[in-house]
Design a protein around this ligand. Structure first.
Ligand SMILES: [Mg+2]
Length: 236
């Protein structure tokens, strides 16, 4: 097996994820507007509740559903109103759309992974709820491309250093590939690995943070550009 390794993020790198959450935010804001609340304030409340809760409860979609419910309660509270049970039920139904969305691969992923696997050892690294993320990997149909699949509650330099140790990786020949400056790029830089940043057109604000050392980062427009960046792949 090759000594060159790509550690691949999954959500919004291999498949769509945040768009489903943005759809729920929009639908929630729309529903709140019908209650007389300002749309932008409703979205800002969701963001505030998430910022407060995610570090404590993690990334499970069930927790996002709860955060949307809390956002409704807090909007009511702010305006001196009592939450209404029928509205709370509608809000929950809107939020629950994130629980059963399909797995839609991003453009070029299915075509690119076979070529990458011939050249690299591929490790999938995704953060979130164990059962939820494992289910997404299974439904993606991509599991067989990976030497290993790792699900962690949160990503950081220590997680990457642990992978380096567990799989005997050479940091000089290992790249973390992902869409998130906060969870993929900066941890890779801190751990002394290569970093490949593939921004998603609909990013989650929570994941956006300045990149620590942009001059060390390979930024690509799309997943299939990995074939052009690493020599020797296109000819295979
Ligand atoms: Mg991601």
């Amino acid at each position: 097996m090759s000594d060159d390794t790509l550690i691949l993020d999954a959500d919004d790198t291999l498949w769509e994820n945040n768009v489903y959450y943005e759809d729920v935010r929009d639908a929630f804001a729309e529903r709140m507007a019908r209650e007389g609340f300002d749309r932008a304030a409703a979205v800002a409340m969701v963001d505030a509740v998430e910022l407060e809760r995610v570090p404590r409860v993690g990334y499970a979609p069930q927790e996002f559903v709860r955060s949307i419910g809390i956002a409704y309660e807090r909007l009511c509270e702010r305006h001196g109103l009592l939450p209404r049970a029928e509205v709370a039920a509608e809000v929950e139904a809107i939020a629950r759309r994130v629980l059963d969305h399909p797995i839609v691969l991003l453009t070029g992923v299915a075509e690119t992974l076979p070529a990458l696997r011939r050249r690299f050892r591929l490790i999938l690294l995704t953060k979130g709820d164990l059962a939820v993320q494992q289910s997404k990997v299974a439904r993606s149909g991509l599991a067989s491309f990976f030497h290993a699949v790792e699900v962690v509650p949160e990503k950081g330099p220590d997680v990457l250093r642990a992978l380096v140790g567990r799989y005997g990786l050479d940091p000089q020949r290992t790249w973390m590939v992902g869409n998130s400056p906060r969870s993929d790029v900066n941890p890779a830089l801190a751990a002394g690995l290569g970093a490949v940043y593939i921004p998603h057109p609909v990013p989650w604000d929570f994941e956006q943070t300045p990149i620590a050392a942009p001059e060390r980062v390979i930024e690509l427009a799309r997943f299939s550009d990995l074939l052009h960046h690493f020599p020797g792949l296109e000819a295979q």
